[in-house]
Design a protein around this ligand. Structure first.
Ligand code: GRF
Length: 210
């Protein structure tokens, strides 16, 4: 008898930079850990290193950057249209440095994840979370994967992972420790979502038993 085909979650990943989280997700999918396929990678920067990870695997890419679309609205309309055309189930913001328009957030309500390099709600709404955590003097930090809502960095939390802040840490060493945990947290969150185990209760996510 033929094995029933598993329905793979169609994922789009939004990036702005080196794309190490994208690569971690690609590896987890290739390793069979996440029942998903990346159908589109979108960057708002043409020079984003992460685009190469997609291109080397023949994953379609779209660059919607400031030179092509100087106006944020037009740029994001292009991104929105691409997400709809690709029939995406889940959008993953992996180091994407623009705040998405409410129209996009609404269309993907409960279907959009973001990874942030701090233990939210601490050090949210900043691109310098690790700098601020170090300067504040916290003894632990980490990363958060959350559902995206219109409240920046304040959506329901799906996965968090903790790291220590060490006495001799620099921004670089702390960031490296945190991003290593992002590379576990993000694939885990995508897996839970793809398995239909992310259940929203008010603003809390309850992870349903497998
Ligand atoms: C990550 O630390 C992410 O949390 C932050 O930007 C960084 C992106 O890294 N928003 P990468 O592009 O995935 O390597």
């Amino acid at each position: 008898m033929k094995k029933p085909r598993v329905q793979l979650t169609r994922v789009a990943v939004l990036i702005s930079g080196r794309g190490s989280n994208l690569l971690a997700l690609i590896h987890a999918i290739e390793g069979g850990e996440v029942p998903a396929e990346i159908v589109l990678v979108i960057s708002n920067r043409a020079e984003a290193g992460g685009l190469a990870h997609a291109q080397s695997r023949a994953i379609p890419t779209l660059v919607a950057d400031r030179s092509r679309y100087p106006k944020r609205v037009a740029r994001q309309e292009r991104i929105h249209a691409a997400l709809m055309a690709a029939d995406v189930d889940l959008v993953v913001c992996a180091g994407f440095d623009e705040i998405l328009r409410p129209e996009i957030v609404a269309d993907f309500s409960g279907r959009m994840l973001n990874v942030h390099p701090s233990l939210l709600p601490a050090f949210g709404q900043t691109l310098l979370a690790q700098v601020e955590a170090l300067a504040y003097g916290v003894k632990v930090s980490g990363c958060t994967v959350h559902l995206v809502t219109d409240d920046l960095d304040a959506g329901p939390i799906v996965v968090q992972r903790v790291v220590p802040v060490l006495e001799d840490d620099t921004v670089e060493s702390l960031s490296a420790r945190i991003v290593a945990e992002e590379h576990k947290a993000l694939p885990e969150a995508v897996r839970l979502w793809a398995e239909g185990r992310v259940v929203l209760e008010g603003r809390r996510v309850r992870v349903r038993e497998a």
